[in-house]
Design a protein around this ligand. Structure first.
Ligand code: GDD
Ligand code: MN
Length: 352
């Protein structure tokens, strides 16, 4: 059992007693990872360790929940590891059921508030909303979180092998740790077990704005879609440049549509190239930039031809207004553009 604590003195004894009762007949040890709690949690844990199988890991200061969990994993010796909070919002009575699922072949067993039978009591609308939005974002950005109803649960069990070979790749930040395991862990079967997330027994929650910001930062670090998201942002900027140039040429300089459209496209190609070089594909710049500029023109040409034809067809064929015709072309050309940039222009290899 890995239990991170920060100012949980008031809850610790009852927690340990309940764990001990729930795990009668099991061989277990509890690793309490305390961040130098001012209320003396660690001292109480040391005292309890004379009567219960407890090991206390003392860290010098408040270093965060996720890293406390990892230090706990390093310090424990069991083959099945349970992570839980110390405030009794996670009922220890659920552990045997989680162990049972592990023995049934599941590598990761999540105590879940959001599967059938799971509930939350004592949370206001505010905290419920934060939880829902956090889960929604996780599912949107992390493919491996999609099959899980409660991917941000702080109560879960896993086989040691799930993390043993990836310990050094984990970057524990803020509160989320399960998400990190879901993305980087080695597992094949995941089970969720419902439970009632109760009111905090005593003391207060340590979840604050800092933890929420850390959560968003870690989602960005974990998502496989980061490049696509950057590409989309650059695409949006390019679209503004494209449409701005078109507007300028058409309505301020009275240039004919077929010329204005082409010039606007070229302006956006150049601005996109600069942004991709310095941001989207910064890590994939190999060789001379001039070659990439030429290649980017080559690859964009395919997309641009698609865009241009679409724009002309809509404007001259269907009488669609200039800006709208251009915009439709841009959207269709985008997919072609991304695929080619990714594989051909910024492939990261040196040959040209
Ligand atoms: N060592 C250490 N260091 N422990 C910490 C720290 C820290 O910096 N911050 C919090 N803890 C401990 C607390 O003492 C408690 O035992 C546990 O981590 C969870 O902290 P809470 O403050 O009770 O979190 P919560 O109830 O708001 O959030 C819970 O639910 C979330 C999902 O809604 C946690 O389980 C989260 O992990 C979970 O994402
Ligand atoms: Mn809590």
């Amino acid at each position: 059992m890995v239990i991170p604590t920060y100012n949980e003195r008031e809850n610790l004894e009852e927690l340990i007693i309940r764990i001990n009762n729930a795990l009668k007949g099991f061989k277990y040890e509890v690793v309490v990872v305390d961040d130098n709690s001012p209320d003396g949690t660690a001292e109480l844990a040391e005292e309890l360790s004379r009567r219960y199988p407890i090991k206390v890991v003392r860290r010098p200061g408040k270093l965060g929940l996720a890293s406390a969990v990892l230090d706990g994993v390093r310090a424990c010796s069991g083959g099945l590891i349970v992570v839980m909070d110390a405030d009794l919002q996670h009922p220890p009575e659920l552990i045997p059921k989680m162990v049972y699922e592990a023995l049934n072949g599941y590598d990761l067993v999540i105590a879940s508030r959001y599967v059938e039978g799971g509930t939350i009591s004592g949370w206001g609308i505010h905290r419920r909303l934060i939880s829902r939005v956090a889960i929604l974002l996780a599912k949107l950005l992390i493919p491996r979180a999609r099959g899980v109803k409660d991917p941000i649960s702080g109560y879960f069990l896993f086989r040691r092998e799930v993390v043993s070979s990836v310990m050094n790749d984990l970057s524990p930040r803020g509160f989320k740790i399960l998400l990190e395991l879901l993305v980087k862990g080695r597992y094949s079967k995941v089970a969720e077990v419902p439970y009632e997330f109760r009111v905090r027994l005593r003391g207060r929650s340590k979840l604050g704005l800092g933890e929420l910001i850390d959560y968003v930062v870690s989602l960005i670090n974990l998502t496989p879609y980061l490049r696509l998201i950057k590409y989309l942002i650059v695409g949006a900027v390019g679209t503004a440049v494209n449409l701005g140039a078109l507007y300028l040429l058409r309505y301020m300089l009275s240039v004919e549509h077929f010329i204005a459209s082409a010039a606007a496209i070229e302006a956006s190609i150049i601005s996109n190239f600069v942004l991709h070089e310095h941001w989207t594909f910064r890590d994939r710049r190999a060789g001379k930039w001039v070659f990439r500029l030429v290649k980017f023109h080559g690859s964009t040409l395919a997309a641009v031809v698609v865009q241009y034809i679409t724009s002309q067809a809509l404007h001259y064929g269907l009488g669609v207004e200039s800006v709208l015709a251009q915009l439709t072309g841009i959207v269709i050309g985008f997919a072609v553009n991304y695929a080619l940039s990714n594989r051909y222009v910024w492939s990261g290899s040196h040959e040209c």
